[in-house]
Write a protein that binds this ligand. Structure first.
Ligand SMILES: [Fe+2]
Length: 512
């Protein structure tokens, strides 16, 4: 398949997946709290519990808080911007025309900036002004097909970026703030104002190509990424300022969805779960996400690509399992070690998430820390799993692709609570196996936490673990700051907003 037919296929997938007033910025913190918070009207299509308030989403409004309330003390060296991104709008229309997405992944991207300065911590969140968002705000109706909701197209869908929600991750590369969504291009935002500048095209032949939301940033500052769609795979290597250094397009070993990957100093490493696509279901109107199939009798494939020569690729096989997210990988003596979070199959995405979006309080399947050793000499993979119930693994950015000792996760105290969100944070020392952990109460729903290095320090773990959560009783969102090597001591600071925000997927902290 050449680039043009691949491009056409991407657009066709998006289209068949389901067959303006601009957001206004409120003028005061009090007004903003009402707009986004508990005083807002309860959407009739969503009857979730108090824990699930953030899944109601916003209605397209931006929010801002100039001075968040700080409990404890924010370290003086912790300065910069914590950017986050996630689906922020799930409902449109009114009365009998009210619509709600049936999948969490479908919401329009809402990009957050928590700014840590000498004056305190501020928060701002703005919807990414994608083509789809602008048209749907104006119409007050869903017009475009979505990943997991079977909606007809009421606007032209010619390529993946016509349905791009820019809702999954955000990273500042050079002077661009990239809002990423794995099905299409990255969207360029102004890092200061969060104003949307437009779709990024790395080179003419890569226009509208998929660009995953899980790039890996080498400690040398270069940026590695991939994209998959319709049986094809794209690899990207970008400079620290965002110029395309090289790319490749080739046949993917699997046809379905690939969400994340890992790098070592020599290789790009993919674990490709046995996910297929039911094209007959799509022809009958199923959304792309609804047409994904779990082929549990097939294998999870291990794809290893030479960083210096994308044409050098090797495939190994493991028994079937599902993986969304990786912590890190490193390579020595022809053995690659990869840590990730493993789940049994696609049920979390295909069953739990739609039920959660309807407001059902359902406990999801477990997902556990896993560690695989890939012996390149023997062509064998050995995996070890732990019991903790967690997701969103992250490592210190100074050791990405290099030998790391620590992996960080949001984690549950025991059984996962009903609804979404974790109740604690955890660091696993991969050499000793010891766990450093802090548990909040079950009245907290935590998201991903990231490691922020202490400036001028090169030692892994020297810095802070920073993340976001939702206080169920107060119905407010907050940020956390922990000593990254002593989570058990509890948060050094909790930074509270006077409102709640929708749940994010991922983000990065950009040190000042
Ligand atoms: Fe992700």
């Amino acid at each position: 398949m050449n680039r043009r037919s691949f491009f056409t296929a991407v657009g066709a997938t998006a289209a068949s997946a389901a067959t303006a007033s601009m957001a206004q910025t409120a003028s005061s913190a009090a007004t903003r709290a009402v707009l986004g918070g508990p005083a807002g009207a309860k959407p009739p299509l969503f009857q979730g519990s108090a824990r699930m308030t953030p899944l109601r989403g916003y209605h397209g409004q931006d929010v801002a808080c100039e001075r968040a309330a700080i409990e404890g003390k924010v370290p003086q060296e912790l300065r910069g911007v914590f950017y986050r991104n996630g689906p922020g709008l799930f409902e449109r229309g009114a009365g009998t025309n009210k619509q709600r997405y049936s999948h969490w992944f479908d919401g329009d991207g809402l990009v957050h900036a928590w700014r840590f300065t000498d004056q305190g911590v501020s928060h701002q969140a703005r919807f990414v002004q994608t083509k789809k968002f602008i048209a749907e705000q104006s119409a007050n109706a869903f017009l475009a097909p979505a990943f997991g909701s079977a909606l007809p197209a009421h606007m032209p869908v010619r390529n993946s970026d016509d349905v791009n929600t820019a809702n999954t991750n955000v990273y500042k590369l050079g002077d661009r703030l990239l809002a990423m969504w794995e099905g299409g291009s990255a969207t360029d935002l102004d890092p200061q104002s969060l104003h949307t500048r437009g779709i990024v095209t790395w080179s003419p032949e890569l226009k509208h190509m998929p660009f995953s939301a899980h790039p890996k940033i080498d400690p040398d500052g270069t940026f590695w990424n991939f994209g998959t769609m319709m049986g094809k795979m794209v690899l990207y290597h970008l400079s620290p300022t965002g110029e395309l250094l090289k790319h490749a397009v080739f046949d993917a070993p699997t046809g379905g969805m690939v969400h994340d990957f890992a790098i070592t100093h020599k290789s790009l490493v993919f674990l490709l779960p046995p996910i297929g696509i039911d094209y007959a279901a799509m022809r009958k109107g199923a959304a792309f996400g609804q047409a994904l199939t779990w082929n549990g009798n097939d294998s999870t494939k291990v794809l290893i690509v030479d960083r210096n020569d994308f044409s050098k690729r090797r495939i190994l096989e493991m028994p079937a399992f599902m993986v969304f997210h990786f912590g890190n990988a490193w390579e020595a003596d022809n053995v690659i070690r990869v840590d990730f979070v493993q789940s049994k199959n696609l049920d979390i995405m295909s069953d739990w998430m739609p039920r959660m979006m309807r407001g059902e309080t359902v406990v999801p399947d477990r997902s556990n820390p896993a560690f695989v050793k890939i012996d390149l000499n023997r062509g064998k993979c050995d995996v070890a799993m732990r019991d903790e119930n967690c997701e969103f693994p992250r490592v210190d950015p100074r050791v990405v692709g290099l030998r790391n000792r620590n992996v960080y996760y949001p984690v549950d105290n025991g059984d996962r609570p009903e609804g979404f969100g974790f109740t604690g944070v955890m660091r696993i020392d991969t050499e000793s196996g010891k766990v450093d952990r802090y548990n909040f109460s079950e009245q907290v729903a935590l998201e991903e936490h990231v490691v922020v290095p202490r400036p001028s320090s090169g030692r892994e773990g020297d810095g802070w673990l920073v993340g976001v959560g939702f206080d169920v009783a107060a119905q407010q969102s907050f940020a956390t700051v922990f000593d990254a090597m002593n989570l058990a001591a509890g948060p050094q600071a909790i930074i509270r907003l006077p409102y709640w925000t929708p749940v994010c997927f991922h983000g990065h902290f950009h040190t000042a």
